[in-house]
Design a binder for this molecule. Structure first.
Ligand code: AMP
Ligand code: MG
Length: 531
């Protein structure tokens, strides 16, 4: 058998999480508090009529599965939860979390069921997890189900983020259950029936900050240590036998991975929308795609999440919220680490790490070879304040900027043509704004000459970091609206987002700024947690 031609029946399972960590002794699939355990064994609820919507061939390759395997009936049945493969060992994880800044107690996988862990031919571990395949002991007052609308959003965005180079959990498949699910999408007392769906997600680990927090909250310190040791040994490559230093190094690494993820979010204009500690991956992967969104015009205070009245999770707040969440993780692991000092130091360094990373990222977005504080600090803050001063599309502006050829003269009082299409209302731009912009461009041009690289090289570098295509909010909503008819736009967006940094001449329409009709449309600019 060639390594990347595995059949579903031949997948190699190694269910380490359930083998090494304690299971909830209460085997009933009824809502309950789960103490002294990391998970509960629970089977997916078989769906009435499973049907394939889409799959990701790149995610399938992680499991050594070819496209043909994904087109089989068995694939649809397995990844909707209707059929188990022999070595699967399904379970739901126990975790807690801080939601919007307040401790919420036990949450857990209320509608996620891990099927098992695959080892691929590169010896890499991938956990299979269904989202929307029925209730678990952690479902609280909810139904354990997911609707097509939010599942299309999660499926497409997971894969788009991967191709954009942003750390993320992956999405293997999207299927329909053939059942209807009731949801009050706008929370306005007008519930509707919507098609039920299941996404199969893949990740080396689905462990969240909240998995540690719940154990700490219950003072289950021995188990807390077991989960920490397990995580370090399974998911982190730290040297030598475990010691106190390992925990400190581990926490440092979690801080850095988390900050790396945030820097990527800021680079591509992504707003997660619900950065509760139960949605924070210990591996620094973007996870739990709910009411997320992409910046259109550069508005740092923006969040797509209408449930977040205080805008706690707005674009600009993401770094400080990540830090706050890391602080909660530090509190949680303290009973095992014992000494708070190295944890506090790691948190302080995380701020520096972020600032440095953000500077480097901005320098790269601007096409500089490195960040030079004397000039680049004021250039970046100057630019961001310009972008904020009128409606300018974040993605299109940076993509357009790479066309700037410093050997050519600027045109007075005019927006240069290569960035004009980033403006939402180009006709309303005041002469004062164009002058300010051109003054900035003059300084920027001068700074570029110092790097002594050719226009072509600089342009290529900028086009590798400033995407042409992002998963614009209105595009996904259009795919959702079209899903009543067919899923062709789901497939097409999946395909467009495979090469987000390349020019795709026949797909210019997917790179256009948000059309006016989508400005206030639910699903485009406004999303609730209902999913
Ligand atoms: P979220 O806001 O999606 O991160 O979810 C917070 C918690 O609510 C997690 O424990 C989820 O598993 C749970 N949850 C969300 N939606 C549902 C649902 N439809 N059924 C059961 N649990 C849910
Ligand atoms: Mg969640």
């Amino acid at each position: 058998m060639t390594p990347n031609r595995t059949t579903l029946e031949n997948l190699t399972f190694d269910n380490r999480f359930t083998r090494k960590l304690p299971c909830d002794p209460n085997t009933a699939n009824t809502r309950h508090q789960v103490t002294n355990a990391c998970y509960s064994r629970v089977n997916p609820t078989p769906a009435k009529a499973p049907g394939l919507v889409a799959f990701s061939r790149e995610a399938a390759h992680l499991l050594d599965l070819e496209e043909k395997a994904c087109q089989s009936d068995l694939f649809t049945r397995v990844f909707t939860g209707n059929q188990a493969l022999v070595d699967m060992d399904p379970f739901a994880m126990c975790y807690g979390g801080h939601q919007f800044g307040s401790w919420a107690g036990q949450l857990g996988d209320g509608r996620a069921i891990n099927l098992g862990e695959i080892i691929n031919h590169h010896n890499k571990r991938w956990i299979l997890q269904l989202k929307g395949a029925g209730p678990t002991p952690y479902s609280r007052t909810a139904d354990g189900l997911a609707v097509l609308r939010s599942s299309i959003r999660e499926f497409l965005c997971s894969e788009a983020m991967f191709h954009l180079g942003v750390p993320t959990t992956r999405a293997l498949s999207l299927t329909l259950t053939g059942e209807q699910v009731e949801r009050d999408m706008l929370y306005d007392g007008r519930p509707k029936m919507e098609p039920g769906a299941v996404v199969c997600r893949l990740s080396p680990s689905f462990t969240r900050f909240g998995n540690f927090q719940i154990l700490a909250a219950r003072q289950e310190n021995t188990l807390l240590k077991s989960l920490m040791d397990y995580t370090i040994e399974t998911d982190f490559s730290l040297p030598g036998p475990l010691s106190q230093t390992s925990y400190e190094l581990w926490f440092r690494e979690v801080c850095e991975k988390t900050m790396d993820m945030i820097i990527h979010w800021m680079r591509v204009g992504f707003v997660h929308g619900v950065m509760n500690t139960d949605n924070m991956s210990i591996l620094g992967l973007t996870m739990d795609y709910g009411p997320y969104g992409w910046l259109e015009d550069y508005n740092p205070g923006w969040t797509p999440n209408t449930t977040d009245a205080g805008r706690r999770y707005s674009f600009k707040n993401q770094p400080q919220i990540a830090l706050w969440n890391l602080g909660q993780l530090a509190n949680a692991i303290l009973p095992v680490v014992k000494n708070p000092e190295p944890l506090q130091e790691a948190l302080d360094d995380a701020i520096k790490y972020f600032r440095q990373g953000q500077d480097d990222m901005m320098a790269k977005k601007l096409g500089f070879q490195r960040f030079e504080p004397e000039t680049d600090r004021s250039l970046t803050t100057g630019l961001l304040s310009l972008l904020e001063s009128t409606e300018i599309d974040y993605t299109l502006f940076f993509r357009g900027l790479s066309h700037l050829d410093i050997t050519k003269e600027p045109m007075e009082n005019q927006i240069p043509p290569f960035i004009k299409k980033a403006y939402y209302a180009p006709d309303q731009v005041t002469p004062a704004h164009s002058n300010r912009l051109n003054a900035w461009i003059a300084l920027y041009g001068k700074r570029l000459t110092r790097d002594r690289i050719s226009h072509e090289t600089k342009k290529q570098q900028m086009d590798r970091i400033n995407p042409k295509y992002v998963l614009r909010n209105y595009l996904v909503q259009t795919a959702i609206d079209n899903a009543k008819k067919d899923f062709s736009l789901v497939w097409e967006l999946l395909d467009v987002m495979r090469r987000p940094y390349d020019e795709q001449p026949d797909r210019e329409m997917f790179a256009e700024k948000r059309p006016e009709w989508a400005r206030h449309k639910p699903g485009c600019s406004m999303l609730s947690c209902s999913s």
